[in-house]
Every structure is written in C-alpha cells, then in structure tokens.
Design a protein around this ligand. Sequence first.
Ligand SMILES: *Cc1c(COP(=O)(O)O)cnc(C)c1O
Length: 384
Amino acid sequence: MTKPVPRPSVLAIEAYVPGKSAAPGAARVFKLSANETPLGPSPRAIEALRGMADQIALYPEGSSRALREAIGARHGLKPDRIIAGAGSDDLLELLALAYVSPGDEGVYSQYGFLEYRIVTLAAGGTPVVAPETNYTADVDALLGCVSERTKIVFLANPNNPTGTFVPASEVARLARALPSHVLLVLDAAYAEYVQRDDYEAGAALVDAHDNVVMTRTFSKIFGLAGLRVGWAYGPTHVIEALNRIRSPFNVSSAGSVAAIAALSDRAHLDAAVAHNARWLPWLTREITALGLDVLPSVANFIAVRFPETPGLTAADADNFLTARGLVLRAIGAYGMPQFLRLTVGAQEANERVVEALAEFMRNARSQQDAQRDSQADAQADAHG
Ligand SMILES: *Cc1c(COP(=O)(O)O)cnc(C)c1O
C-alpha cells in the first residue's frame, strides 16, 4: 500500500521546535525563551482588539491596506512597496517560494535564524551555510558562498540566537557586491531594540537596490506575537511577486487593527526600548561577572556560554533554572549546545535569573571541589 509522499526536500526538514514555556512544579514561571517583550502590547492594541471583536465574522480587507498605510506613514515608506504577512515568518516563506526552485541555493550564516533553512528546503532549494566569525555573520564568507545557483541570501540583523549584528557599512558592501540576480533578505525583527549608530534596518538599501528586501515584525518589541503580524518592504517587482502567491487573507483583521493601534503608541515603544537599554547591559555585566561568557548583543536577548565541565554545562544550567521557574532557550539546534539564550525580562525575572545562575555556579563549583578533595583523599589513602 502506498500513501501520499511529500517532496523529498520536505522530508529533509527538521520541524522548527519552539522554546519550552512550561516549568513543571515551579510555583511561578518566567518565560524567557521566546524573545517576547516583558512590557506586553500597548494598551491601545488591546483596546482596539476588544473594539473589533464583534466584526470577526467578516473577512479582512485582503491587501492589509490600512496597515500598510500606517506602516508607510510611520517609516516614510510607500505603502504599495509594503506587503503584510502572518508574522514575518510568512513573508520569509513566501520569499523562498517565489524565488527558489529545486536545484537553486539559499545562503545564510552559520548561526543564522533557523527559519531560513526551513523555507529554503520547503521551496525545494539547497541550503548553503556561510561560516561566522566570533558568532557574527561575515560578509566575505556570505559572498564566498554565492554561486550561479544562488537565488537568495538571508541575513538576520541583529541575528537570533546570537544577538550580534553586522554594521551598516558591511551590509551595504554585501548589497553592492551581490550579483543582481540574487535577492538579499534583511530580516530586521529586532531593529527597534538596536541602539547603535552603525546599525541600519535596511530601508535605504531597499531603495538603493533592485534586489534587497527588508522584513519586520510586530511580534517582538510591539508585543503582538500571538496575533501574527509582520511586513516586508521591497522593490515593486518583489512585492508584486509575493502578492501573487500569498494567501488572499493572510493577515487577520484582529492582527491589522491591533498592529495599527500599536504603531500609534510611541510612548509604549519608547518604554520598551528604555527597559531593554537598561536591562540588557545589566544582565550582560552580572552574568559575565559570574564567570560565564555572554555574546555581545544589541537585541532583547543574550546568548550565555557555559563550560563543558560536567555539572556546569548549559544542559545542567537549563535543568537548574527550569526547576526554579526560569525558562530559557536551549539552542543546540543552532549548533550552539554550550549556550542558553535568555530574553531580557521584567526586573524581577532578570534579578531572579542572575541570583539563580550565581547559585548554580556556586553549587557546581563546590561539588567539583568536593569531588577533587575526595579523589585526593582516595589517592592519599592508596599511597598511605
Ligand atoms: C522572531 C523572529 C522572526 C519572526 O517572527 P514572526 O513572529 O514570524 O514575525 C523573524 N526573524 C527573526 C530573526 C526572529 O527572531
């Protein structure tokens, strides 16, 4: 008996496994595993959502016109060069489907966002992985992976799960150096958090080139992850291609309404930026002071490296923290099994994580000392 069989490239995909959100047995759970904002959405978004609840029997306006106009007004972009999606994941997938055929290649960097591999394979393409330098995407390495078969290069900037970024001058160099048949996708999911003069999300590069697209999301700093709203800004020909293949009502009316309201709340956005600007360096400093390595992040999360010593590993720390209701993200699937990714949380969560990690390091070290002492004793006995 045969059964329907997916295309071979589909079977090559490891399904995306989100970070865990539960901590069985813990009295309180602090979910710091999905880069969600501790400030929640703007109260205006919640109010707008409540206000439209009696209209959900109606289909949304299919082109998300009101949302694209609000985004355009806010960012100074032409609404007809914007496409909205069910989260930016929707748009990443549409980009791969539109541009990558079986036999084509999609390039991304070593610790780049895993979705790029999934959408490249889903389109039937071949993922090509460029090595990173110091857990940071390397423009020359990306360019070195480009061939005649390359159709798309994905760059998350800043990147998840590392939190590192590529400066604007380097991204501009990448855009200039790419052959014109290759689409450069700049995924700026965390752009609002970045407080660096040498960072740009990518709109200017989209304007300057015919082969650059920028994706953005309402899931991260705007706190609307559950509603699934993202957008992309690109050349007209790219937006037209995506519009041909997107599903006709790909953004819900609830998502549009809430996103428009969220965009209007500058004070809430500023508060989220300020919160992160305070706690990202604090967490980095405190955790580094415990003797752990923290990758330099410009986003709302940090990747913390643990020793390989039994008792002190990332997996040990994950168990220890989870038992205390502190849920971080294991990132072994990214080839970073020595790391845990920690989202910047509310003050209480941040302080608890640092306290718990301090306790973890003390316990693990004193256990090691005890072991060493008993080994030394045993040796001394053997000799004595
Ligand atoms: C979270 C994230 C996204 C996608 O989020 P959506 O909820 O689908 O908009 C895209 N890229 C990166 C790098 C992310 O971390």
